[in-house]
Write a protein that binds this ligand. Structure first.
Ligand SMILES: [Zn+2]
Length: 266
């Protein structure tokens, strides 16, 4: 089964606004449609059977509404992970509400929401997730982040979180460190209890094949899962780049979906 663990879509009525917001200040261009219909059309073309849709919000007061919508799009093709925010009062309650609604994980974006993933104010959420739900964490930087800004999503912070919660099921997105691959290598790559995904927008092709194969081999192909960051990247060309790597067929099958299926419980 082919699974993309890293996609984003929005409700039709705000999709265009979000597209403009990300293209402007965040310098991330959406190459594809950022709606439910848009991603489903792309999945039919790419052969991806399930896409994990990661929720992102700017403010704490948006969490409940975003998660209501995410739960409403859940079907055989779309697997929502709920949004979370450090300033939400009842984080454990929201995690419970998501789990009761059939949601299998949450997404954290430390940069957009300005917090460190190992901040104790996030602990109630992690405690409630236990060892069953998955937390997908943006790891590394973003194109518009300058060196003077705090590295909220530094791989070191994620390693520290794992130290506090060794049983938490974590996916460190963007090969464990977007534009921070050296730090990812130092702190996350090769560790046992963490998966990484392959999202590298606008195209995984920006990571040279030998570099990518080396990261996968060092971390362990059984702990790597296909993720694209759709609509910022293509499920077709990113899959082609991975499938051309010098890996065994069973390693590729794991990366393209089986590792995620097992880890998330799809
Ligand atoms: Zn993303």
């Amino acid at each position: 089964m082919r699974v993309d663990v890293h996609t984003h879509v929005w409700p039709e009525r705000i999709a265009e606004t979000v597209r403009q917001l990300t293209a402007g200040p965040m310098k991330l261009e959406m190459a594809f449609r950022n709606t439910v219909d848009g991603i489903k059309a792309h999945m039919r073309e790419s052969g991806v059977e399930k896409s994990v849709v990661l929720g992102i919000v700017e403010r704490a007061d948006q969490v409940t509404r975003a998660n209501d919508w995410l739960m409403s799009i859940q079907d055989e093709m779309l697997v929502p992970f709920g949004a979370m925010h450090p300033d939400l009062d009842d984080k454990a309650g929201e995690v419970r509400r998501l789990r009761d609604g059939g949601v299998k994980g949450i997404k954290l974006h430390p940069i957009i929401n300005g917090f460190y993933p190992d901040d104790p104010k996030m602990y109630p959420a992690y405690e409630e997730m236990g060892d069953s739900m998955v937390v997908a964490i943006h790891s590394g930087l973003l194109p518009h982040i300058g060196p003077e800004e705090p590295a909220y999503a530094a791989p070191e912070r994620i390693m520290n979180l794992l130290r506090q919660f060794p049983k938490l099921k974590v996916i460190a997105l963007h090969l464990g460190g977007f534009y921070m691959l050296d730090e990812a290598e130092r702190y996350l790559i090769g560790r046992e209890n963490i998966l990484i995904d392959t999202a590298w927008p606008p195209s995984l092709g920006e990571v040279a094949s030998d570099t990518l194969a080396a990261i996968i081999n060092r971390h362990g192909a059984h702990k790597v899962c296909f993720g694209t960051d759709y609509p910022f990247a293509s499920q077709v060309t990113d899959a082609d780049h991975l499938l051309a790597l010098p890996l065994s067929d069973s390693q590729k099958e794991g990366i393209m979906g089986e590792n995620a299926r097992e880890f998330i419980g799809l």
